[in-house]
Write a protein that binds this ligand. Sequence first.
Ligand code: UDP
Length: 240
Amino acid sequence: MKTEILGIQFDNLTREEAARRGAALLEEDRFHYVVTPNPEFILDSEKDSEFRDVLNGADLVLPDGIGVVYSARILGTPLKERVPGIEFAADMLRCLNQREGRLYLLGAKPGVAEEAGRRILEAHPNLILCGTQDGYFQDEEAVLLKVAAAQPDLLFVCLGAPKQEKWMARWGRHTGARLAIGLGGALDVFAGKVERAPETWQRLGLEWAYRLKKEPQRIGRMVRLPLVLVRAAGARIKQS
Ligand code: UDP
């Protein structure tokens, strides 16, 4: 069942339920893509209808930011919990490892996907890392051919939003992958270049604050995020 939050249709699932759904998608022999919108996606999709359609066209739409969870609450349609993209990705890696499937990592700066792949393989020795490609390419079609030639089952697309979502919607089905996930900066985390917030910060819903502390240059991007709560409050008042 979907829960609409400011124009985006989210799947209302726990992390465990999302992992089960992802595992089922990985079993089906056709292409699926998963998006992990945070408040920035919601605000950007207000002015970019292609982005909104691509998000709503995904097989799974998981609430990645605490701001999405708060907005849902303000709107009177609470979501079960936040499902961070990085955690869903970790669940899918476990699943792929069990079925000895093939993984392709696309995105981030040169060298990052390789290092992420090396660390992922250390933790999941039964999966096959079938290819990597940095995210600073010009020729989309050439990259598509490279990905398709590697015959992945699972594909992480980490180009930042909305580029990664549009890439998946446009090219994904030609890759031959069963499941592609748009994961923003996740390869930087898997490669150990960026640290995730400690669990206490995560539990308190303060992962964004930790990120800001570590990467103060993000203030320009983050300063508009409370706007999503204002939009949710406005929409709720209009409803009543
Ligand atoms: N990136 C990329 N190609 C681009 C722009 C960005 O591969 O043309 C990568 C960038 O190196 C980073 C990720 O995409 O690894 C985006 O990270 P960001 O912090 O913006 O995403 P978030 O985690 O906030 O969703």
